[in-house]
Write a protein that binds this ligand. Structure first.
Ligand code: GAR
Length: 188
């Protein structure tokens, strides 16, 4: 069994989808949800689904090793970032080579980087007059949204699309593909 910790910062709809997808899996155990925002809705979702959720602050992530210890204590094999907004520190990257997967709501390398998350991405895509957008699932390295791309899927951007409408289309792609791609990576 491969043990996965999901890292999330906000609403957690992708986290929920992944937890549900692997509920009866013989390959993957969603062991933990780790959240850097106390009160984020992802914590409620995890608890409702019976998955322990642990919150942490900047010190625990970047300075004092608490998060690394939590990962070790729970024998975590892979990290899945589902709407997680902090850069992963070097020590964690070293512990999980090729084992940290991020979801981004645009077609990288465009519309990535620091500060490009959630609705900001969709607003930028529409402001630029793009005719298509999509999702990117990629391995994580030391730079925001620059690790090796594993999978992309596209959708049209219509002249009538608002950022909210585009977000709905992107979420549909995320729910359709993210868990499946994680499963393939974990299976090797
Ligand atoms: C998702 O659309 C995900 O692609 C995006 O945040 C949203 C989280 O939604 N991630 C990023 O923008 C990362 N740069 P959710 O909390 O409902 O899953």
């Amino acid at each position: 069994m491969h043990r996965i910790a999901i890292l999330a910062s906000g609403n957690g709809s992708n986290a929920q989808r992944i937890i549900e997808y692997f509920e009866n899996s013989k390959l993957v155990d969603i062991t933990l949800v780790l959240c850097n925002k106390p009160g984020a809705y992802v914590i409620t979702r995890a608890k409702n689904l019976g998955i322990p959720a642990i919150t942490f602050n900047r010190d625990a992530f970047y300075e004092n090793g608490t998060v690394v210890k939590t990962l070790a204590d729970h024998q975590i094999d892979f990290l899945v970032l589902a709407g997680f907004l902090w850069l992963i520190p070097q020590n964690i990257l070293k512990l999980y080579p090729g084992r940290i997967i991020n979801l981004h709501p645009a077609l990288l390398p465009k519309y990535g980087g620091k500060g490009m998350y959630g609705m900001k991405v969709h607003e930028a895509v529409i402001a630029a007059g793009e005719r298509e957008s999509g999702i990117t699932i990629h391995f994580v390295n030391e730079f925001y949204d620059e690790g090796q791309i594993i999978f992309q899927s596209r959708c049209p951007v219509l002249p009538s699309d608002t950022p909210e409408l585009l977000a709905d289309k992107i979420h549909a792609l995320e729910y359709r593909y993210f868990a499946e791609v994680v499963e393939k990576v974990v299976a090797g």
